[in-house]
Design a binder for this molecule. Structure first.
Ligand code: ZN
Length: 616
């Protein structure tokens, strides 16, 4: 029965062979006559067909293989390669495991070892083709032995696709696609990317390009998932929880994902992972302004988030950082604007909340408790948040903190050409003080009010309004006592009682004082505890009670650096001020407080020293 089948097959094959002659022009020998004897080549074709396609070879195909093997046009593994790529083989719908077993049986005479099977199943799963198995198995002694038995050249596969050349790299391309694009690459992509990497394309910049691609953006991966993906690709492992927390913190502080990748690239595992795959690691190049100066970015993000309730966009942050680096003076203005914006302020229900946010941003920590208490006193009594903020921003602690971020907050003040300090004694007194403030306010003009301590609580509104307008409150003793008649203790008590009262209303302790009548002696000087401010222009408003006299005294005599004495308890003085203020502004004067006058003139005032004018 077996012999008959074989004979029948032989007859069939011989007929097929005649047809083959027509197909392969130039081939004119018919092998049928040698087929009767031992023909190892024919046996090999039989063996291979049965093993791989589980069938007899038909005549036409037989001739094709026979002559190509005989003539050395193909080799054993070349034939196996073509058969496994045939439609017939495909139709068998073998699993990868079955395919390996079929090929192993044929090429080595036995089923694949479990370790070999697992290795190639892993390869196949990583995007490597079955040809890699063929190429490797063709090199084995078992295969060469089988080929020797049939006297067939075993051959080698020399035209492996890129994806089959370096299994680690192919597997990496798979990981890269799965992690970054969320899908498996197709065959062409495997080949393309493997050839890229084999040609030296570096990993880090490639990942940065992917991060910026629309394909990646459309996936809408969370930050955490993106870090996991980058970690898998760059380190070949998942991210440590503590590392991940650190990276998420950086993102939360305003840094970009590129900066996170920059951090991952500094892990030693990055280099070793790349060398294991045979990929050039490359470097992550930081290009965004926010990534160039992390400290500044942290600060600006915290500032913006805390004071607007929303996180800044990447574009906004980049533009803030760049403009800060260009001109840090503008940043201070921007900070003041942000912290004093009424809408932003409205986010803080209580003064405590507002203060702690300002401190956190401006000092990076809470200042001494006594400072907080002072600001709270002022806020409680109607001193504006804006005013408190200005005081906080004048604190050297703010400048020190900003310099940590590379922000120079020392803005060179433009010194006005002519400045004058109007001062008012003996108030406050609503009917007059308020009119004077009304006259100053439209021009943003400042003055100094030397208040009498025991009047302060009767006219709180005047004092608080003056403070909110940027005016200065000076000390004019508790009850308008001439200090030269008092002992050291008496002098101290008069001055301190007034100062305490002002502090308890505004949270700001007077920094300058004016002795009653301008009279002082060595005891007064020694116990004043602050600079003594006298005057260079005396309007004698108290004596004449004549607005025109006051106006003329000031306008006819005023010079840069003058300190003008008036009293905010006479209606005639208020009337005079209503003319004096616009006239001085018209004449090119800037109206300033005593402290501002000293600051503009670069004079460090000393406690107990008398100042009549400050001309610098
Ligand atoms: Zn007085």
């Amino acid at each position: 029965m077996k012999a008959l089948a074989k004979t029948a097959g032989f007859v069939f094959r011989s007929i097929g062979m005649i047809l083959t002659i027509a197909v392969f022009a130039g081939t004119c020998l018919v092998p049928s006559k040698s087929r009767a004897k031992e023909d190892l080549t024919a046996d090999f074709i039989d063996y291979t067909y049965k093993s791989i396609l589980n069938k007899e070879v038909d005549g036409e195909r037989f001739g094709f293989w026979y002559w190509n093997l005989k003539d050395g046009n193909t080799t054993a593994v070349g034939m196996i390669d073509m058969l496994t790529q045939s439609y017939e083989f495909y139709q068998k719908e073998y699993t990868h495991e079955q395919t390996i077993d079929v090929l192993s049986q044929m090429m080595t005479g036995k089923p694949a070892d479990e370790s070999v099977r697992q290795k190639y199943l892993y390869y196949l799963d990583s995007g490597i083709s079955m040809r890699r198995y063929l190429a490797d198995t063709a090199e084995t002694p078992e295969f060469k032995e089988i080929c020797a038995k049939y006297q067939i050249t075993p051959g080698t596969i020399t035209d492996l696709e890129s994806r089959d050349k370096n299994p680690e790299m192919t597997n990496f391309v798979k990981v890269l696609f799965e992690e970054m694009y969320g899908r498996t690459p197709v065959k062409e992509e495997y080949n393309l990317w493997c050839s890229y990497f084999a040609a030296g394309k570096a990993l880090a910049p490639t990942l940065m390009d992917i991060l910026k691609s629309s394909d990646f953006a459309e996936r809408g991966l969370s930050d955490e998932a993106t870090i996991d993906a980058l970690s898998s690709c760059m380190l070949g492992r998942s991210c440590d929880p503590s590392e991940k927390e650190n990276y998420l913190g950086l993102l939360d502080s305003g840094m970009s994902m590129t900066y996170v990748a920059f951090g991952i690239a500094s892990d030693p595992d990055f280099i070793s992972n790349c060398s294991g795959i045979g990929i050039v690691p490359g470097t992550v190049t930081l290009t965004e302004a926010r990534d160039m100066n992390p400290e500044l970015t942290f600060f600006l993000t915290r500032l913006y988030t805390r004071f607007t309730g929303i996180r800044p966009s990447a574009d906004d942050l980049n533009s803030y950082v760049s403009s800060t680096l260009e001109d840090s003076g503008k940043t201070k203005d921007a900070i003041v604007e942000m912290l004093s914006d009424p809408e932003n302020m409205a986010l803080f229900a209580t003064d405590d909340e507002y203060l702690s946010a300002v401190f956190e941003v401006c000092y990076g920590q809470s200042p001494a408790q006594e400072k907080i208490e002072a600001y709270k006193i002022g806020l409680k009594n109607g001193v504006s948040r804006q005013r408190v903020l200005e005081s906080i921003l004048k604190d050297p602690a703010f400048d020190a903190k900003m310099s940590e971020y590379g922000i120079d907050t020392h803005v060179e003040k433009t010194v006005p050409e002519k400045i004058v300090a109007l001062t008012f004694d003996d108030g406050p007194y609503t009917d007059v003080t308020m009119r004077i403030l009304d006259a100053l306010e439209p021009y943003g003009a400042h003055a100094t009010f030397f208040v009498v301590g025991n009047r302060v609580n009767n006219y709180k509104d005047c004092v608080v309004r003056a403070v909110n307008m940027g005016c200065q409150i000076g000390d004019h003793t508790w009850n308008h006592t001439t200090l030269t008649r008092l002992s050291a203790d008496g002098v101290s008590t008069q001055i301190n009682d007034c100062a305490d009262t002002v502090y308890n209303l505004t949270g700001i302790r007077p920094a300058v004082m004016r002795p009653v009548g301008g009279s002082y002696n060595s005891t007064v000087s020694a116990n004043a505890g602050m600079p003594m401010i006298i005057w260079s222009i005396d309007t004698n408003d108290w004596k004449y009670r004549d607005s025109n006299h006051v106006i003329n005294e000031v306008l006819n005599n005023v010079r840069d650096g003058d300190i003008v004495l008036m009293h905010d308890i006479y209606e005639t003085t208020a009337t005079a001020v209503e003319t004096i203020v616009p006239a001085l502004i018209d004449a090119g004067f800037t109206l300033v407080t005593i402290d501002e006058l000293a600051e503009y003139k670069n004079v460090q005032m000393e406690n107990g020293k008398a100042y009549f004018s400050i001309r610098g």
